[in-house]
Every structure is written in C-alpha cells, then in structure tokens.
Design a binder for this molecule. Sequence first.
Ligand SMILES: [Zn+2]
Ligand SMILES: [Zn+2]
Length: 137
Amino acid sequence: MSDLLERLRGRGWRLTSQRRVVAEVLDGEHVHLTADEVHARAAGRLPEISRATVYNTLGELVALGEVLEVATDGRAKRYDPNAHRAHQHLVCSGCGAIRDVHPHGDPLAALPAAERFGFAVATAEVTYRGLCPDCRP
Ligand SMILES: [Zn+2]
Ligand SMILES: [Zn+2]
C-alpha cells in the first residue's frame, strides 16, 4: 500500500474506489500533477470517475493536509503528496519539470528579524529555477 493511502487509512478517511484511485495516482516521489493530469490517470484505472469527483477529492486531501498545492509559476496548480517532509522545489524554466529538493538550513531562519516587519512568520517557500539536463543546451 502506498504512503498516502496508508496515512489516509490511519486517519479513518472513508476510502471509496474513486478516492482510492486518486490517492494511488498521487503516490510516489517527485509527484506534482495538475488536477487534469490526476483525472486523466485516474480515468485510466477507473473510467467512470468524473472530473468533479477528482477535483473534490483533491480539495479534501489538501484540506486534510495530506497533499500540498504547489503553484510554481503561471501554470496550473499542482498536487504534491510529499506533505510530511518539508521540502522546496527545483523547477525547469524550459519544460516545467519539478523536483523535490532539501536545501541545507532552515529557510525561515534565513530571514533576519529586522526584515520580518513584526510578522509571526510561519512558512517559507523557495523555488530554484534553471534548465534541467534534458533542456540544457
Ligand atoms: Zn526541462
Ligand atoms: Zn514537492
């Protein structure tokens, strides 16, 4: 069983066949799929699954904190099941490929107190950009 399915089962999430397929599609490393991609893959396994069901299920998974919504650029939001290990993203400016990366140090700590303007800063997102090996000249 996948990590995500296991976590959901542990939380007592009602696992219908449709929800299960969405969770299975989202399992793995470096997974950052758009809702349409999740729907296309889910429909490959369960042809009757509707786009609305996929969208609703993704919304629930995000609300549960089990899946992250990632917006790396002007492209469509992506869904990332790696919600329990803090990570940042490396994005190819050519093809849009995304990798999960783990920089040294805490990006929150990198912001000096003088630059916090009294905010209680809770999270930080860092996006590294460049060309992936396939897109490099
Ligand atoms: Zn690329
Ligand atoms: Zn990620």
